[in-house]
Ligand binder design. Structure first.
Ligand code: GLN
Length: 477
């Protein structure tokens, strides 16, 4: 058995029982990256020496009886998490040579919990994208079908977990970027409430939308990583000072009587592939059998959400990318990729005098309407369920010439970021060997409820056990 295909929970127990050591686990993950990453292209930097040192230190601590929640568990970080002494590119060649002098707060928290950092994951440059194809380096491939995208922008993070190069990975979700790759790679992905997890040390995309989430094989693993990373950070003024529940303890609670809303705007079958529709309906039936109650709700401003997102987000991007001017650090702006230039242009236009009122200010008002839609729906239900994506993973190259088609691939996700709400993407089946997922969305700070419902479903439908055929990946060489 490949020990890298274990969940965090299983690996922790096996480490405690001394079935293998942390160094053996790390070596097995490194071996997988050597075997598969020539094809999959999930990693931009592998810290072989650092990972070996951290794993040996974890083994020493365990031998001394020290217990930490992630002691010896191998992680990969999206490359826009700054890491002290380890190259950090945000997937962009403009900072190809950047080695940060500090760790992001989430990295500090993971390390304090005993995690072993194996390396940095490929991504769409700056987080702009839905497929991983906007990386300035190379596209990442989906291990379930290497002719298809793994979802973006946290493409490498998802593929690293799905192909056993680590046991869990971090991502960021500004409009979809944890949930979409999670659902395209049969993983669980959390998009936190805005402000729940510190953004300090995360290279900014759109500051009022960016959230810092994780991808794991199971709900329990996700809840564990979340309770370690969430919580107030004095270094991030937008992080919220509110106690962090032990999310793992909500798991296993019955869900009978939980009210789940199905927004009618998302269930018109014309916008969803029939396979996704069927898998979502099956998941609903499963949850009903567990005692959940379903009611229809409405999110009336859904049709203007993408327009709102693609005004506000580029506006913030144009401001955040201004610092990469080639003077203070990094290369000159001529190195910026097509998509970054497109967004700077759109954002600068929306903010310019004469257009500001017509675009930015109007979109900011629409943002409030969309948030109000969610608040109103949550007066009637505990959580909302919708498909993760209208379709299964698409072919590499299929949407690269059509930015609008690419933007619309996360039409089911961006509205959640506009509202600042939390959402959890949960695997719910396969069609033609390709993963499908659904999303649970909750009121702000109600992640506990999302994990509770997701866990109950996963006990009945453990799709995480369906792994990609990695022998087939090698045969594609
Ligand atoms: N696909 C969306 C975009 O390109 C979301 C990206 C993200 O969440 N980082 O803006």
């Amino acid at each position: 058995m490949d020990i890298c295909s274990l969940t965090i929970r299983q690996a922790k127990e096996a480490l405690d029982r001394k079935e293998f050591s942390a160094i053996e686990l790390v070596e097995a993950c490194l071996e997988n990256s050597t075997k598969y990453d020539g094809i999959l292209k999930a990693l931009l930097t592998v810290d072989v020496d650092g990972a070996r040192q951290e794993a040996s230190a974890a083994d020493r601590l365990r031998a001394q009886g020290v217990s930490k929640p992630l002691l010896g568990i191998p992680f990969v970080l999206k490359d826009l998490y700054t890491t002290k002494g380890l190259r950090t590119t945000a997937g962009s060649k403009i900072i190809d040579n950047y080695t940060p002098p500090f760790d992001a707060t989430v990295v500090v928290r993971l390390k304090n919990a005993g995690a072993v950092i194996l390396g940095k994951a490929n991504q769409d440059a700056w987080g702009h994208g839905s497929s991983g194809e906007n990386s300035d380096y190379f596209p990442t491939k989906n291990p379930y079908d290497t002719s298809r995208v793994p979802g973006g922008s946290s493409s490498g993070s998802a593929v690293a977990v799905a192909s056993g190069m680590c046991l869990a990975a971090t991502g960021t979700d500004t409009g979809s970027s944890v949930r979409l790759p999670a659902s395209f790679c049969n993983l669980v992905g959390i998009k936190p409430t805005y402000g729940r997890v510190s953004r300090y040390g995360i290279i900014a995309m759109a500051s009022s939308f960016d959230t810092i989430g994780h991808m794991t094989k199971t709900i329990w693993d996700n809840a564990l990583v979340y309770e370690i990373t969430a919580g107030k950070d004095p270094l991030d003024a937008s992080s919220v000072d509110r106690s962090v529940p032990r999310y793992t303890q909500a798991l296993g609670k019955a869900i009978s009587g939980v009210k789940i809303g199905l927004p009618k705007e998302y269930f018109s079958s014309k916008g969803i592939d029939s396979s996704v529709f069927t898998a979502t309906k099956d998941a609903i039936k499963e949850l009903e059998a567990l005692g959940a109650m379903f009611v229809e709700v409405s999110l009336p401003h859904t049709d203007v959400a993408m327009a709102c997102y693609y005004i506000l987000v580029p506006a913030e991007i144009s401001s955040n990318l201004a610092r990469f001017d080639g003077i203070r650090y990094g290369y000159g702006r001529e190195v910026l990729g097509e998509e970054a230039k497109r967004r700077i242009t759109m954002g600068t236009h929306a903010l310019s005098s004469g257009y500001y009122d017509a675009y930015y200010k109007r979109a900011a008002k629409v943002r409030t309407l969309i948030k109000n839609d969610f608040d109103e729906a949550f007066q009637h239900v505990d959580v909302i369920l919708i498909p993760a994506s209208p379709a299964t993973p698409f072919k590499i190259g299929e949407k690269t010439q059509d930015p609008l088609a690419m933007y619309l691939s996360d039409i089911f996700m961006c509205p959640v970021n506009i509202a600042g709400a939390p959402a959890l993407s949960v695997p719910c089946g396969f069609v033609d060997g390709l993963p499908i997922g659904f999303q649970l969305i909750g009121p702000q700070f109600e992640e506990e409820r999302l994990y509770q419902v997701g866990y109950a479903y996963e006990q009945e439908a453990p799709w995480y056990k369906t792994k990609p055929d990695l022998k087939k990946v090698i045969r594609t060489i």
